[in-house]
Every structure is written in structure tokens, then in C-alpha cells.
Design a protein. Structure first.
Length: 690
């Protein structure tokens, strides 16, 4: 919603002036028509001939005030108060001059005395209402504008004032996220002014904020009474479809808006429609077309902030964040209070990994746009990233080899700054084989730290121990992990690390005390054409002398982005240098090829409350050394609920027949739950302008 765009501070009926001689009618007409410079000259000449004429003095002072000289007008009215003490007409004009000079607190006090003196005075009541409106004391403003309308029912000036008071009140309620109350306020306006454009635009904006795109679209079309307004409405409809993630429909509406604006030949509307069309191209990932259209628009409107904002948006979608920062910086150089510039650069800094700069930018945004919902949501996202959290994971698994396991784990994270973070972990696992009766318990304890080396690179270390107890053995082993995560190039992610763990899938493996030292690399390459490629490599050296090479690679395509739907082909290769089939699955050669699909609504993409889920299914063939190929399948599902930005809960299940720790014919099932609570609403180290 925009701020209160029009306020009627100058609505006193010129009954004071009209009470004078007929020879001043020309001057009265100038005042009524808003020709204040001519009125000023006219009454100045009258006063040269009749310097004591009270009406001429009043009208001259009003003309001065309304012609951009409010200070002089106020001084003249103060002189007249001395000359005519107790004159209510002069007092009314003096009160209005306080509004012209933006002395709202003084005006509030003065109008209060006038209303107390004459409770039925329409000008006093209306002036008092407008004073409260300027002070953003909207309940009082409504009270007194309604009293003014009781004195003068249907008065056009008072009705218009009430309209803008309600618009201002609705805006304030929107800032306070009282959306229902704000909509009710706007609906009252529509009773007085059916299909009012300003009211419907504000109503549509609220629906956009609360993600009700179809209601926003309805509000837009209700105000489309002219061809020009219909273009504005269609432009709004495109944005509404985008809010509902209907990007193709958004593009269709934007194309229609451009077509209609071209026919109307209105340059401003055509520019607005073209900008929305380019945005729709970006939403539909037609980046080349969008780039060409932006270049054409930039030729017409060089150094235009809205064009720069579209360039920045394109950069964000194409992961060219440096370009986005450059354009948002240019916008802020022209206008430090630009909302697009301030919140836009905050998002761009966050995407670059420059979270300190993102904090500064969003704090600045909220100082200018207090309680703005998108800025508050972004700030909360930053806070959740760096606030202490605790996560609990528990589950149960079994396979067709009669192995069962119960496990639970808890992790506490404590970010100490934007660079340093610390963690503590505990895991408990009980395994048992129902056939042999063998069982083992393990308890893992670990401490970890993470250091941000660079906005796009972090170093992580975890050190701990595992304590194993069974009827056969008791031992303690060291657990360790160290890795670097980085983004070496645009749309690419890499992780290189070392990990030391213990084979604990079943009781027999736990009892054998086989440790594994792993060196691994994960690499993912994305693209702007929905294709992606993930590769993982592990080299493992075990304490029993065996060695393993593991390669996994996945080529995938994103069919949908909201919710995510992707599919592709996976290939896995495993090779041990020694076969230990009697102990664990260790083929000299293992190959797996499968096709998969993944359907996902990520919890991180939900603002506030909502359901998230993930369904993954795959099928293919595995080839174990020289044996015949075998069909494989796996299913995995997760469903959860985000109760707030700080608490989530989920449950999951997976089932697979892919060979893992036993020979062919293996099936494995796991069930579990996960809880995560962000303990504090802000980081422990957070300060304004961090």
C-alpha cells in the first residue's frame, strides 16, 4: 500500500471571504479555482486601497499560505488574532495555517480548544480530524470526521477526507500485519465510493502481501472502468498470478497489457506494462528474451531506476549476484530511500554470502519502511540462520537379514558470530540380530566448529568418540570429520572433506570394530536451463585392510520449481580391492543404473506456517560382478509441518532393495521423526547494524 497520498488540509469553505463586498468576487473565484498566485495579487491590491478590510486580510493570508508561503500566512493570522481577539473565523484560519506549516501537535491542541468552544462547528471538526490524520492517530481522526459529517451530512470535502483517513489507517494496520482489519477499513470506503480506484489498489496490494493472488486479481479488475485503468488492472493480474506461482498465466496477462498500452499510446502505461512483461519473462526463465527486452527498454530510458531494478532481478534469477549488487547500488545512489534498492541489495548480499552486509541493508530498510512484511521476513530468515538451535532425530530400521536398530540423536548449534559457529552432538544406537541374538550399543559424542573463510567458503571440523558395548567386546574409537564447502563458480557447489567413522550397520559389524577413513568430494553443477549434474566420489581405507572406491553421479532436470519436481538418471559404481562377503557386502565390481523422480516442497521456502513434504522414487538395475542384472527400487517419503519460523516437525520413511551391506536380495526399511527448534528469536550476538 502507498502512503496517504492526498490529505485535505485546505478544506475550509470560504464562507469567511464570501461574507464581504461584491467587488471582491473576482478574488474569491481565484481562491475557489486554486489560482492562488492571482488571488494573492488581487487581495494585495485590495489592501493597498482598504488596508483595514478584515475580509481582504483573511483572504490575502489564505492566498499566501496556499501559494507556498505558509509561514507568512501564519504570522498574518497571529496579527489578526491580536487585532480581533476571540474572532472564531480568524481562529479557524490560524488553526489551518498550523497545518500548512506542519505544526501538527500545536494544531491538535489549538483545534481541541476550538471544538470545545463550538462543538457543532463543521470547519473545526474537519480540521481536527485532518490534524489527527497527519499525526497518524487514525481512530481519533475517524471519530471527528464522522462528527463533521453529522453536522454536514454528505459533505464532499468531509467524505473525501474520511476516504483518505481510512486509506492511511488501513496502511498502518497493514504495517502491523492486521490484514483483516485493514481490509474491513477499505471495504467501508467502497460503500462510500463504489469501485474507488485508490481503495481497490490498496486492497489488491494487501491480498498480494498475504499471498491471495486471485482475490488481488478480482480487486484489480473491479477498478478497471477505463482503458487506462484496465491496463493497470491487467498488469496487476500478472503480478497476482506470479504470487500464486502461475507463471505462464502471468506472462499471458503481461503480453495483453503491452498490447493494450501500445494501442492507447500512453508512454507511461506502456513502460509499466513492458516492465511487467520483462518480469514475467524472467519468472518463466526466458532469460535471453528478457535480456533483449531490457536492453531495448534501457535505450529508451537510460539511467532509469525501475529498469535497473529489472536488471537486478534478472541477475538474481541467473545467479549473477554481482550484477544485481551493482544495479541496486546504482538505484540507491539516486534514491537512498528506495525500497527496491534497499531490500533488493539485502537479498543480493545474502545470496553472495555477505551476511554482514545483508544485515546492514535490511536494518536500513526497516528504518525507512517500518514493519514492512517482506523486510521482516528476510530479517527473520537471517536471524534463524544464526540463532542457537536444537535438533532431535529418532528412528527405527530393519532389514530382511533380521537386523534391527533403534537410534536417536541430538544436535545443538550455537553461532557465536557471523563467521564462527559451534556445535555439540550426541547419538545413541542399539542394534540386534534376531537370528544370532547378537546385539550392540553405541554412544557417540562430538563437538564441532565452523569458520567462514570467505563469503562463499567455509571450513568445518568435527571431533568426537564412539563408545561401543556388547556381550563380545567393549571399545572406544575416535570419530572425525573435516571439510571445506565452497561455491567455486556461478551455479556450482563443491565440498571436499575427510571423515573417520565406524561400520555400525548391524551388530556383527559393530562387534568387529572396523573403522573407515574416507576422503570424499561432492560437486554439483546447476544451469539456467533446468539441467543439473551432481557427482560424488569416496575413497575409503578400512582398518581391516580393505579399500573401496565409490562413484555416484546424477543427471537431472527440473520440471517444476514450485513445488519442485525433478527427474533424472543415476549411476553408481562401487569397487572393493578385497571381497569380504561373509562379513559385509564388498563386491569387486558393483554397478547401478536407475531413473528417479523427486517431488518436493522445502520447509525453507515456507513463510510462517505450512506443510512441507518430499516424495522420492527410483527404479533400475544393479549389476554385482558377473551376476545377472537385478531389478532395484527405492521409495522415500517425508512429511512435516512448520509451526513457525522457529519450530518444525517431520516424519519420514524409506524402503529399498538396493544391495548395501549384504548380498543380493537385500531389503531395508527405516522410519523416523525429526524435530527442530530455533531457541531464540535473534542471534545471541545480534546488534542493530551488526
Amino acid at each position: 500500500m502507498t502512503t496517504l497520498k492526498k490529505t485535505l488540509f485546505f478544506v475550509l469553505i470560504l464562507f469567511v471571504c464570501k461574507a464581504s463586498a461584491q467587488n471582491m468576487q473576482e478574488g474569491f473565484t481565484y481562491l475557489e479555482q486554486g489560482k492562488f498566485d492571482r488571488a494573492e495579487t488581487f487581495f494585495e491590491n485590495i489592501l493597498k486601497e482598504y488596508p483595514t478590510n478584515k475580509t481582504a486580510k483573511l483572504c490575502y493570508a489564505r492566498a499566501l499560505g496556499l501559494n507556498g508561503n505558509p509561514g507568512q500566512a501564519k504570522n498574518l493570522f497571529m496579527q489578526m488574532l491580536n487585532d480581533y481577539p476571540g474572532d472564531f473565523e480568524i481562529e479557524l484560519n490560524y488553526a489551518e495555517s498550523l497545518l500548512w506549516n506542519k505544526n501538527y501537535e500545536a494544531a491538535k491542541t489549538y483545534y481541541g480548544t476550538l471544538v470545545a468552544k463550538q462543538p457543532e462547528s463543521f470547519p473545526a471538526l474537519l480540521g481536527y480530524a485532518n490534524t489527527f490524520s497527519n499525526l497518524k492517530e487514525y481512530p481519533e481522526a475517524l471519530e471527528y470526521v464522522n462528527k463533521a459529517l453529522e453536522v454536514s451530512p454528505g459533505n464532499a470535502n468531509a467524505m473525501t477526507s474520511r476516504k483518505y483517513i481510512r486509506l492511511g489507517y488501513a496502511y498502518t494496520l497493514t504495517q502491523q500485519q492486521q490484514y483483516t482489519a485493514a481490509l474491513e477499513m477499505l471495504d467501508q470506503n467502497l460503500i462510500d465510493f463504489p469501485a474507488d480506484k485508490d481503495t481497490l489498489l490498496n486492497k489488491a496490494n494487501i491480498y498480494l502481501i498475504i499471498k491471495q493472488g486471485q482475490k488481488a486479481k478480482q480487486a484489480y479488475f473491479e477498478m478497471a472502468k477505463t482503458l487506462a485503468d484496465s491496463i493497470t488492472a491487467i498488469n496487476g493480474a500478472a503480478l497476482a498470478e506470479h504470487i500464486d506461482h502461475k507463471e505462464k498465466k502471468a506472462l499471458q496477462w503481461s503480453e495483453l497489457a503491452v498490447s493494450k498500452a501500445s494501442v492507447l499510446n500512453d508512454s507511461l502505461l506502456l513502460k509499466s506494462a513492458t516492465e511487467r512483461y520483462i518480469q514475467a519473462l524472467i519468472w518463466n526463465k526466458q532469460y535471453k528474451n528478457a535480456e533483449r527486452a531490457i536492453n531495448a527498454l534501457a535505450t529508451q530510458y537510460p539511467d532509469d531506476s525501475s529498469v535497473m531494478a529489472i536488471w537486478a532481478t534478472l541477475g538474481m534469477y541467473r545467479s549473477d549476484f554481482n550484477q544485481s549488487v551493482t544495479n541496486y547500488t546504482r538505484i540507491l545512489q539516486k534514491d537512498t530511500t528506495s525500497f527496491d534498492g534497499n531490500l533488493g541489495i539485502a537479498n543480493a548480499y545474502f545470496a553472495q554470502g555477505k551476511h554482514d552486509s545483508a544485515y546492514v541493508a535490511v536494518d536500513r530498510t526497516l528504518k525507512i519502511f517500518e514493519n514492512q512484511k517482506d523486510a521482516v521476513t528476510f530479517l527473520n530468515k537471517l536471524h534463524n540462520t544464526y540463532s542457537p538451535s536444537i535438533e532431535e532425530h529418532a528412528g527405527y530400521s530393519y532389514d530382511n537379514g533380521k537386523n534391527k536398530a533403534w537410534f536417536t540423536g541430538i544436535t545443538v548449534n550455537l553461532p557465536a558470530s557471523l563467521r564462527w559457529s559451534f556445535s555439540a552432538m550426541y547419538k545413541h544406537r542399539e542394534t540386534k540380530n534376531e537370528t544370532t541374538g547378537r546385539a550392540a550399543n553405541s554412544n557417540d559424542y562430538a563437538m564441532g566448529t565452523s569458520y567462514k573463510l570467505h563469503p562463499l567458503a567455509s571450513f568445518n571440523v568435527v571431533l568426537g568418540t564412539t563408545h561401543v558395548t556388547s556381550s563380545i567386546t567393549n571399545y572406544t574409537q575416535v570419530l572425525a570429520q573435516a571439510f571445506i564447502k565452497t561455491k567455486p563458480f556461478k551455479l556450482q557447489d563443491a565440498e571436499l572433506g575427510y571423515k573417520r567413522d565406524i561400520q555400525n550397520f548391524n551388530a556383527d559389524l559393530v562387534n568387529r570394530e572396523i573403522t573407515a577413513d574416507n576422503i570424499y568430494l561432492n560437486y554439483n553443477v546447476g544451469s539456467n536451463v533446468n539441467l543439473g549434474w551432481f557427482t560424488q566420489y569416496y575413497y575409503t581405507s578400512q582398518s581391516d585392510g580393505n579399500k573401496r572406491n565409490l562413484l555416484f553421479t546424477s543427471l537431472y532436470y527440473n520440471f517444476l520449481s514450485r513445488p519442485v519436481l525433478k527427474g533424472g538418471i543415476n549411476y553408481q559404481y562401487i569397487a572393493f580391492n578385497e571381497r569380504r562377503a561373509e562379513v559385509y557386502f564388498s563386491p569387486l565390481r558393483f554397478n547401478l543404473v536407475e531413473v528417479f523422480t523427486d517431488f518436493l516442497r522445502d520447509e525453507n521456502g515456507i513463510d510462517g506456517k505450512g506443510v512441507f513434504y518430499n516424495v522420492n522414487a527410483a527404479g533400475g538395475y544393479q549389476f554385482i560382478e558377473d551376476n545377472k542384472k537385478q531389478g532395484t527400487y527405492r521409495f522415500q517419503g517425508k512429511i512435516g509441518y512448520k509451526f513457525s519460523g522457529r519450530f518444525v516437525a517431520s516424519a519420514y520413511a524409506l524402503h529399498s532393495n538396493i544391495a548395501s551391506t549384504t548380498a543380493a536380495g537385500f531389503t531395508y526399511t527405516e522410519l523416523g521423526i525429526r524435530l527442530k527448534w530455533v531457541i531464540t528469536s535473534k542471534p545471541v550476538f545480534y546488534k542493530q547494524n551488526i
